[in-house]
Design a protein around this ligand. Structure first.
Ligand code: ZN
Length: 82
């Protein structure tokens, strides 16, 4: 599990297409997405991580989906993981 902190990292991961993303959110709950999901966008990343300084949540690369669900009480994205 690795936190994504810069736009370059975000781009690199998104382009690689490998793995899953955990997006934590204090308001809407924690969700796990595929990198191809329409909710996984650079604009959103920029807003949440860079502009708001992770005040409402963070972005993480994960490879253990079940572990992340358990540890972070995360749900699978209804759009890309169903
Ligand atoms: Zn999704």
């Amino acid at each position: 599990m690795r936190e994504i902190k810069t736009k370059d990292e975000f781009r690199e991961i998104k382009e690689s297409g490998a793995g899953y993303l955990l997006i934590t959110d204090t308001a809407n709950g924690n969700r796990i997405h595929k990198l191809s999901c329409s909710h996984v966008k650079e604009d959103y990343f920029e807003e949440k991580v860079l502009k708001e300084k992770c005040k409402n949540g963070n972005y993480y690369m994960i490879d253990d989906i079940e572990g992340a669900m358990e540890r972070y009480n995360a749900d699978l994205c209804m759009k890309c993981m169903k």
